[in-house]
Design a protein around this ligand. Structure first.
Ligand code: NAD
Length: 487
């Protein structure tokens, strides 16, 4: 195999990054390559004292730099310099991400990094454009609503898009004048550490971004339960989101943004462009091997075109070939761990046991590493975990409908409401059905996020609370104060 970068030439950091300095700790969690199963290194678990040190460093940086109070365009300039450096360092960042995650090197290099840098600039631009308001009060008083940074934001991110997720958290929090203590996933810690290092090199105050390494129960809980963390911003599973809410309720109330899991429907009407729909379905569930919160995992297809569409999807699914994430040409992603691959497989087997039919895939690839074939399962029962649970793998269920009402009944999920796809050439039907879909995002005749960063993203129901991206994400990092002065 030809590597874009030789895996053993990559130096992997394994210390926390606090107050602009590397802070060592005992290696306690092994970081693995999902492409080979090899252990790459070990990272420490930040305990409550280390998290406290990071929170104090964040507060000290805010006090010393007056980050939240300087001219907003100074914040903008500093953040844009950081975004430029992130792009300039794309090679190293992409290596650090691809070595331990499911993200192919070239996709990170050409995609995730550029998009993240642009999102940081996008948020930086709010710094001198969004603000408070004068309040219409009686002329015997003067009333205004000021908006101010929270102080220290605690951010926790998942493993599936480490750089992008760090950007979603750090961009708006810093632009809004906060400092951040961030914990990347224990499976993919390296790129976030390097992004923080780059922030200092770009001229951001040391201590504005502090990275603590560790797991959820110890480090994550220490962040969400710390009295000095003023706001929590989390992306991850609904299960962990619920645990965070519980911890926050127990340890002191604080605002939180939760971007959680999904089980998103893709509805294909009989009048749809079937090749377009099949291309989008393929990308929607095979990109990152389905390890995407917005994965289109429930296909809901008009009976009249069901066979034709299934054939087109099957043909596209069959084209994917596994590749090491550091391979010179991007290929199909590995599943993040053997444990997760086994979970995916067991859900597929359970669906078959309950009468489901595997239309294609349904097994791991015969290839080194944890690779699972793109899989289509028809005939699933309503209660099947394949239909109800977020699989977080390349598995889509296939159901059919005759009327729009039936399609809507199938599309609704009892708990999730992250996003949905709809394919039809009928504009009136598109608008009618879009209104009825219970989800934070609906894509019509496309599937997947665009680079329109102004569109907020976030789930309904158990898929989340609050928004990332868009104006909403900036606003979520500021708090308002109503001031009334009697004249
Ligand atoms: P996860 O919930 O297991 O872990 C996410 C992060 O939370 C990790 O850093 C982990 O260490 C930490 N964590 C776990 N338990 C915690 C706790 N009790 N307290 C504090 N922190 C805790 O999720 P994952 O497996 O890393 O990522 C996959 C999940 O993320 C999927 O459910 C996916 O849908 C979701 N996700 C959602 C979005 C979105 O925008 N809605 C984006 C990406 C991923």
């Amino acid at each position: 195999m030809i590597f874009a970068v030789e895996p053993d030439r990559i130096a992997l950091p394994n210390s926390h990054f606090i107050g602009g300095e590397h802070v060592a700790g005992d290696g306690q969690i092994a970081v693995l390559s999902p492409s080979t199963g090899q252990v790459l290194g070990e990272i420490p678990i930040a305990d409550a004292a280390t998290v406290d040190r990071a929170v104090k460093a964040a507060r000290a940086a805010l006090a010393a730099s007056n980050w939240g109070g300087i001219a907003p365009r100074e914040r903008l300039r500093a953040l844009c310099a950081w975004a430029d450096l992130i792009e300039a360092e794309a090679e190293t960042l992409a290596m650090l991400e691809a070595v331990c995650s499911s993200r192919p090197y070239w996709q990170v290099h050409e995609g995730d990094i550029r998009i993240t840098a642009e999102q940081i600039r996008f948020f930086a631009e709010f710094a001198d454009k969004e603000g408070g308001a004068l309040a219409p009060v009686a002329d015997s008083s003067f009333g205004y609503i000021s908006d101010e940074p929270y102080g220290v934001v605690g951010a926790i991110t998942p493993w599936n898009f480490p750089i992008s997720m760090a950007g979603w958290k750090l961009g708006p929090a810093l632009a809004a004048g906060n400092a951040v203590v961030i914990k990347p996933s224990e499976m993919t810690p390296y790129s976030t550490l390097y992004m923080a290092e780059l922030s200092v090199r770009a001229g951001l105050p040391a201590g504005l971004i502090n990275v603590v390494l560790g797991d959820g129960p110890v480090t994550g809980a220490a962040i969400t339960g710390h009295a000095g963390i003023d706001k929590v911003s989390f992306t991850g599973s609904t299960r962990a989101g619920a645990a965070i809410m519980e911890n926050i309720a127990r340890t002191g109330i604080k605002p939180m943004t939760l971007e959680l899991g999904g089980k998103s429907p893709v509805i294909v009407c009989a009048d749809a462009d079937l090749d377009l729909a099949a291309d989008c379905i393929d990308r929607g569930i095979t990109s990152n091997a389905g390890q995407v919160c917005v994965a289109g995992s429930r296909l809901i297809v008009a009976r009249a075109i069901a066979d034709a569409l299934a054939e087109k999807v099957r043909e596209r699914f069959g084209r994917h070939r596994p590749a090491h994430t550091l391979a010179v040409t991007a290929g199909y992603s590995p599943i993040i761990s053997e444990k997760q691959l086994e979970r995916i497989d067991s859900i597929v087997r359970a669906a078959v046991h309950q009468g489901g039919e595997v239309l294609c895939g349904g097994a791991r690839f015969d290839h080194e590493g944890s690779y699972y074939q793109p899989t289509l399962v028809a005939g699933v029962t309503d209660t099947s975990p394949a239909l109800r649970e977020e699989i977080f793998g390349p598995v889509a269920t296939f159901q059919t409908f005759d009327t729009d009402d039936e399609a809507m009944a199938l599309a609704g999920h009892p708990t999730y409401g992250l996003c949905a796809g709809l394919f039809t050439r009928d504009l009136s039907r598109a608008l009618r059905l879009t209104r009825r879909i219970e989800a934070g995002t609906v894509w019509v005749n496309r599937y997947g996020r665009s680079t329109d960063h102004i569109l907020p993203t976030g789930g309904w129901k158990s898929s989340g609370l609050g928004k990332d991206l868009g104006r909403e994400a900036y606003a979520a990092n500021r708090r308002t104060k109503s001031v009334l002065i009697d004249l």
